[in-house]
Design a protein around this ligand. Structure first.
Ligand SMILES: [Zn+2]
Ligand SMILES: [Zn+2]
Length: 140
């Protein structure tokens, strides 16, 4: 259930893709959140940058539609999209120990907020960052 308390003090957030085929749950205990401007994130989302948040893999689970996931990349490092509508739901990173959840697919609002812009060195020239968050050429 969305937004309910699973274990003492731990909020569970739910998320889903555009068409609703794939659903996931994640603990509201993200370790970091960033806006990534690298060309891979721009292409896979079709947006100026990708807001995401990172959490240990065991605190994230697909609750519906796992068999419909389209995995782009390798077993230990990949992007996972809905195989029907194409939404990018998460990336498996850091030797498969962390997931980077796309904030745009969350249904419930996380406690964390993006704290910086990364890979600004490859930012789209047509997009201007207008907030005061720190900017890093690559990954800090
Ligand atoms: Zn979908
Ligand atoms: Zn990126």
């Amino acid at each position: 259930m969305a937004g309910t308390v699973d274990a003492p003090g731990v909020r569970i957030l739910s998320g889903t893709c555009l068409c609703g085929t794939v659903h996931y749950e994640v603990e509201d205990q993200f370790r970091y959140s960033l806006n990534c401007h690298c060309s891979n994130c721009r292409r896979t989302t079709g947006a100026a940058f990708k807001p995401f948040a990172g959490i240990e893999r065991e605190n994230f689970r697909i609750t519906d539609g796992a068999e419909r996931l389209l995995v782009f990349g390798e077993e230990s490092a990949h992007d996972a999209h809905c195989g029907k509508c194409g939404s990018l739901l998460y990336s498996l990173v850091r030797e498969a120990t962390f997931v980077h959840v796309t904030l745009g697919t969350l249904v419930d609002a996380p406690s964390i907020r993006p704290s910086a812009h990364i890979f600004v060195g490859s930012k789209a020239p047509w997009y201007t960052i207008t907030d005061d968050l720190p900017q890093y050429e690559e990954f800090p």
